[in-house]
Design a protein around this ligand. Sequence first.
Ligand code: NAD
Length: 297
Amino acid sequence: MTARLIDGKAFAAALRARIATLAAEFSATAGRKAGLAVVLVGEDPASQVYVRSKAKATAEAGMAGFEHRLPAETSQADLLALIAALNADPAVDGILVQLPLPAHLDEHTVIATIDPDKDVDGFHVSNAGRLAVGLPGFVPCTPLGCLMLLRDQLGSLAGLNAVVIGRSNIVGKPMAQLLLGENCTVTIAHSRTRNLADVVRGADVVVAAVGRPELVKAEWIKPGAIVIDVGINRVPGDAPGKTRLVGDVDFAGVSAVAGAITPVPGGVGPMTIAVLLRNALVAAYRHIGDPLPPEAI
Ligand code: NAD
């Protein structure tokens, strides 16, 4: 392996420690803890794990977590009524509705009902639009976490060729917008891209957010490129009945060519929750009319 390992776990731990300090200052100023409400509809096992770890991280940061677990058959009207109540609740600074929602619920309407000032996931069209036109707003946690790692590695990203593989609203598109904001020359590749290997070969920065185990190969990577692997894929493990996690990048092969690379697990994953806490704290300070300076976190 020649690539530097980008230790997202350590970076996220340091970020969470800074957030905890600021959250304690917030509690002292506001006379209450910063509050994050998490809404989970149904029993999707992966979502339950995510919600549990978000609740644990919220408490560890010294913030108040408000968890709302609703049955899978919850009606759209009941879910929208809960969101309206959370929008109006002065103790709630941030609201997150865990996705995916059961099929009978309309994700777009649900997200559109969240107050954009409490939309700590950054999924509301108002926040997506703000990102697109370069105004401050909430940015989705995973791509913002990737950007923090890239800035830490590279300092300035200006003029670099960046290829984002994947065009989801949650990762790929906001990632591309953020890189454009850093003055990269950005290409978004996706399932219909022709000659993906050739496209990726021109990149100084590669962000893979595809959901295909070990898709990105060593031969695709320009020597010295920085590779950020967002993918989380569970594949059969070495022992019968066991599984293991791999990213969208062939880690063993690519780390022989790249300049730096995030591992899976321990790369982008821990950043997502840390940035959620960051967004919740930013929301809390804005809520009391005393915005955090951008350089605070
Ligand atoms: P998605 O399924 O919404 O989007 C996948 C994208 O990949 C699509 O835009 C599609 O066009 C593209 N794609 C599919 N096959 C392709 C191919 N063969 N070549 C090129 N592009 C292809 O997924 P998502 O929500 O953006 O998530 C992507 C991955 O990131 C998943 O593995 C997911 O589990 C992971 N993820 C991780 C975190 C984290 O915290 N680390 C957060 C969100 C998502």
